[in-house]
Design a protein around this ligand. Structure first.
Ligand code: S3P
Length: 430
């Protein structure tokens, strides 16, 4: 286990930086490139361990991957893909395992998917159930609900399915399987979730029909495409909140994806009175620069249909809430319990270890803000969760003393360069 000591930043954070490529888009770019006929090119891919697991997975299935200039060239197509020779390791990545189950469900042979201790407790029935309805054979621990999972691939038929839990991972798995089915597949979602799978399938030539709350994919072949992966808004959120809560800050994160269901944290922070601006917006690529400056924050309520669009940002938004005036509530977010850690418990524990006043609820958390008063220094454990570790690092920057974050290695799953980027934002003052 490694730990990181983050000292207070008395001069704030400043300058411009770029975050890793979006994790959700990176996983999908690799899976679609491996399935598409021809050679796809991918630039800007996330360098986190989660995405590297998907990269290794597509190679194990027979896709050919080569470095090409700034990015990767992936030679794929159904004719190349075959039963993998050994277990596919997904590490800590829930997105990798859930998308891969759907992606592999039509590939003849046996696919076994396994990951770390955190993956072993994450629910897989939400993907296994609809895929079984399509004709896939999926087994796993605890009655087929927990990894490792064994998928016996074969012919699939399309289904019409109402997602019981709003989840882009589950929607994505069903749509990826649906591309190889014998009839169209329709997914209804009660609340909108991120739309990367449907958009990127369409970019590969798939026929995708979109209606409010409903997506239909028509089976067919996919064509190679060029994927330019933009910066990850969920990583940008750490720097944006850091700038909002640390006196003296004026920071811009460049080239961030701001498409549907991903930039909700900007709205939440603005509601809190933060000085956050979306600049240089390019609607074509759904990217923008996000500029954030320090200022006083007020409490807000986060809940309802807004939740899927901020679910990954709640640990760091809770840090913003700890520095705001008043009581912030996060509700309707029970999904937090089944992320890389039980993020209701681990976020509350991390904040309170630094002297904040946070309390867990069955569907979220309540944070009584300290009205800008610095949190204390202290020790925080990541609980093996990258976002909890990075949220603790953000909480440390305006704090009264240094914060020691145990289990820091978890950050490599999504943001291996975090420390270097922090040094860069601290500039000569660091
Ligand atoms: C993701 C969807 C979300 C999100 C995860 C990435 C995706 O999970 O929390 O980090 O890439 O589809 P759910 O689908 O479980 O809501």
């Amino acid at each position: 286990m490694t730990s990181l000591r983050v000292a207070p930043a008395p001069h704030g954070l400043s300058g411009r930086l770029r975050v890793p490529g979006d994790k959700s888009i990176s996983h999908r770019a690799l899976l679609l490139a491996a399935r598409a006929d021809g050679t796809s090119r991918i630039t800007g891919l996330s360098d986190g361990a989660d995405v590297l697991a998907t990269l290794a997975a597509i190679q194990a299935f027979g896709a050919r991957v080569e470095r090409s200039g700034e990015g990767l060239a992936v030679q794929g197509g159904p004719g190349r893909l075959h039963e993998p020779e050994s277990v596919i390791g997904v590490g800590n990545s829930g997105t990798a395992i859930r998308l891969l189950v759907g992606w592999a469900a039509s590939i003849d042979g046996l696919t076994v998917l396994a990951g770390d201790m955190s993956i072993a407790r994450r629910p897989m029935d939400r993907v296994a159930q609809p895929l079984r309805l399509m004709g896939a054979s999926i087994d796993g621990r605890r009655g087929g609900t927990r990894p490792p999972l064994a998928v016996r691939g074969g012919p699939l038929t399309g289904i019409e399915y109402h997602l019981p839990v709003p989840s882009a991972q589950v929607k994505g798995a069903i749509l990826l399987a649906g591309m190889a089915a014998s009839s169209p597949t329709v997914v209804h979602e009660p609340v909108a979730t991120r739309i990367h799978t449907e958009q990127m399938l369409a970019a590969c030539g798939a026929r995708v029909d979109l209606a409010p709350g409903r997506v239909t994919v028509h089976p067919g072949s996919l064509q190679a495409a060029e994927f330019k992966v933009p910066g990850d808004p969920s990583q940008a959120a750490f720097w944006v909140v850091a700038a909002c809560v640390t006196p003296g800050s004026d920071l811009t994160v460049e080239n961030v994806y701001v498409g549907p269901q991903r930039a909700g944290f900007v709205d939440v922070l603005r509601r809190m009175g933060a000085d956050v601006r979306v600049e240089a917006h390019d609607p074509e690529s759904s990217t923008a620069d996000i500029r954030a400056r320090y200022g006083p924050l007020q409490a807000t309520d986060v809940g309802g249909v807004e939740v899927p669009g901020v679910i990954d940002e709640i640990p760091v938004l809770a840090v913003a809430a700890a520095y705001a005036s008043g009581k912030t509530t996060f509700s309707g977010a029970e999904e937090l319990k089944v992320k890389e850690s039980d993020r209701i418990a681990t976020t509350v524990t991390a904040l309170n270890a630094l002297g904040a006043d946070a309390e867990g609820r069955s569907d979220g958390l309540v944070v009584n803000g300290g009205a800008g008063r610095p949190l204390q220094g202290g020790q925080v454990d990541s609980a093996g969760d990258h976002r909890v570790a990075m949220a603790a690092a953000v909480a440390a920057l305006p704090a009264a003393g240094a914060v020691q974050i145990g289990g820091w290695e978890a950050v490599s799953t999504s943001y291996p360069r975090f420390e270097e980027d922090l040094q860069q934002c601290l500039g000569q003052h660091g």
